[in-house]
Design a protein around this ligand. Structure first.
Ligand SMILES: [Zn+2]
Length: 86
């Protein structure tokens, strides 16, 4: 039998929102067959490094429409603090 123990770090929030895992999961869910442009749907992309504050957040540029986007652009995942989601 498992009982929740308050105040002893039973749930490690950092584990749940671990950046690398989080962004990998986002990519899996969002682009299960490979990344494509959210603006025009083209699959020909250039990787443009990573977000300056979130090192696991891959940035892309579309070769077709030339627009920039990243793992979270245009998704509900964009919310900055997952814990405050309503
Ligand atoms: Zn595009």
């Amino acid at each position: 039998m498992i009982e929740p123990v308050m105040g002893s770090g039973v749930v490690n929030i950092q584990d749940l929102i671990d950046d690398a895992n989080c962004y990998r999961k986002v990519r899996e869910l969002r682009w299960p067959e490979g990344v494509w442009c959210p603006f025009c749907g083209d699959e020909h992309l250039l990787k443009q490094g990573f977000d300056s504050t979130q090192k696991q957040r891959q940035r892309y540029q579309c070769k077709s429409c030339r627009r920039y986007f990243d793992d979270l652009t245009g998704t509900i995942w964009r919310r900055r603090n997952p814990r405050s989601s309503a």
